[in-house]
Design a binder for this molecule. Structure first.
Ligand SMILES: [Zn+2]
Ligand SMILES: [Zn+2]
Length: 75
């Protein structure tokens, strides 16, 4: 077996990259892309400083820590 017989090892191995159609970032798993797309949808973006968090829980923490805003005003 020679190296020349293996034209594209990465594709042959079944490893498929998922690229974000918004920013072109490459993900190795569709779940990662799914999570990533939430960032673009604004779901996890801070409306004050426009920082993008990777999950809604992180956004809640961010709002509280950075901006002093609690998402539970009744607490
Ligand atoms: Zn993206
Ligand atoms: Zn913020």
């Amino acid at each position: 077996m020679t190296k020349s017989n293996l034209p594209d090892v990465k594709n042959k191995a079944g490893v498929k990259n998922f690229s974000c159609e918004v920013c072109g970032k490459l993900m190795h798993h569709w779940k990662s892309l799914d999570l990533h797309m939430k960032m673009h949808s604004g779901e996890t973006q801070c409306h004050l400083c426009h920082k993008v968090l990777n999950r809604s829980y992180a956004l809640k923490l961010h709002l509280f820590k950075v901006h002093g805003i609690s998402s539970h005003p009744h607490m």
